[in-house]
Ligand binder design. Sequence first.
Ligand code: WTA
Length: 658
Amino acid sequence: MSSDQPAGNFQSVLDEQRVFAPSPAFVDKARVNADALAALRAEAAADSVGFWSRLAREHISWQTPFTVGLDDSAAPNYRWFTDGRTNASANCLDRHLGALGDKPAIRFEGEAGDVRIWTYRQLHAEVCKLANGLKSLGIGKGDRVVIYMPHTAEAVIAMQACARIGAVHSVVFGGFSASSLRDRIEDAGARLLITADGGRRGGNIVELKKAADEALDGACKSIEHVIVFQRTGHPVQWNDKLDLWWHDVLATQPAQCDPEWVEAEHPLFLLYTSGSTGKPKGIQHSTGGYLVNATVSCQWVFDLQGSDVFWCTADIGWITGHSYVTYGPLANGATILIYEGAPTVPDAGRFWKIIQDHKVTIFYTAPTAIRALMRLGDEWPAQYDLSSLRLLGSVGEPINPEAWMWYHRVVGKERLPIVDTWWQTETGAIMMSPIPGATPTKPGSCTQPLPGIFVEVVDEAGTPIQGNNVGGYLVITKPWPSMLRTIWGDNARYIKTYWEQFGNQYYVAGDSTHRDDDGYYWILGRTDDVLNVSGHRLGTMEVESALVSHPRVAEAAVVGRPHEVKGEAVFAFVTVRGKRPEGDEAVALAKELRDHVAKQIGAIAKPDDIRFADNLPKTRSGKIMRRLLRSIAKGEEITSDTSTLENPGIVAQLQGKG
Ligand code: WTA
């Protein structure tokens, strides 16, 4: 294991000894108790393909049943259920219309307090209308549609409408800039863009249409139309050649649209995510296999049952918003809650008020949000009735034991199970997590792989490390249905990124992990140049490219440093053209560079710290010494030998001392 990876909460997790057993009251009603879990594990261990095939038959509706479980003839491009046909939208909507037609599918609340509820029947009708609208514009199976929407029910409707007609959606987070949107549209070759006039957050309007116009200006020639949902009603520019109002598109369409039955392997969506090199890559997911894991993981991990109101706070622009806002819970016929807005509007009690008002039973959020809510003080959750809650979840980054304990004590009143779920955009669904009615939990550990998921800890050579109390690279050793299929348009990169390191034997997650004496896993952080800022993945190279695209910047190196709320913060070392700025000039240029990065990528990528230097630390062969920069960013004492540097004198300046 390289010593220059972000150590995160390594020491504190190794010292963590507390164990929390599931409460008998929860176990009594749980879908999966310890015996059931043991049976699932045994079944999967005996025949993992047979195991997933059984679940695929039981939990997914197929128009044409499959006979093939796993096709590994083109490994590591694995394919599942290849001769079956299904449709994701039919699984999420149509099959519930009989028994659950009048059940709320979506409870939406806007920041201003506006509430709207869609029953399954209403949601189905709306999705069908939009699907017909898309067809009327010539969009069909295999066409790519980019969705750049606020976090509203309509975003889910847009995804479902694409799925319904076999179009491949690619959701771009509304916080990404015009330039990020443009890159994704162009890479996907999208024919249609679905956006909104704006979104609402923190009392402000998020100018989505304006960013979309900017993205399309002189670029994105593949786009034939832009459908604009009216959310804010504020004036926007209009391009008669491209733009259509959502309400106009839907107005004339029938509320029935037969689903397009697609092969199980038909791509359901692309979702762009950051890697260590190059531009964000389009992770391609399948229809059938993806749905299987998204659906059953809701039952196992969240114990999802008919009466639940499930609130996953992730934006639909991230994988968590795909699997646990849109596809997983709806395929299970659950009620989801969607909130568009900031957690602190009008005050720091907003999340807890939403839980009280909508009687949320399952709350799934990210450690960064938990830490932020924790800092606001215990008095906020104390003011609200949280007794509807029965399960808490965490996702996106390692949760430090302190935040876990606060979640447990203040939100969970020491009675609710906490599921710390480890997974990735690439895995499609949760891979490791406690099963709430079966697994004793430890603060900071995602415990063990789900049934049917097989992981190992391997060393530099790719050899599995036997036994417990060991650490190394995390790999997944057997294919699973919701695994990514490829990187859109670049299968060589798919193989190189995820398989080649250990001879195409294992899926390489890119995380390092520790397996403790009880066989529990503790995720320690990324092994590559990917940062995790507030649970969002950012490539250091992406931020560096954004910085050097500014005319004043000559060179930039970006590393992460620990941050109390965000987990990691972006720290940039920059050399400029001309004289190194100092004093007020440095402050002004740093601000300009931060805004520049926000414009190039999005506000989430803004560096917290920018330090100007005459030079970056390089080895004599010209390689930037990132390890040294990481130590400096953390404020560590530099004890390592810097004499191999081409320019050892630079260290003091990088530390801000020179
Ligand atoms: C990290 C989010 C520790 C990890 C679903 C992974 C976690 C990356 C956890 C994927 C967790 C996610 N504990 N680390 N419970 N969940 N991660 O693609 O480094 O946005 O590789 O998917 O987040 O981020 P992504």
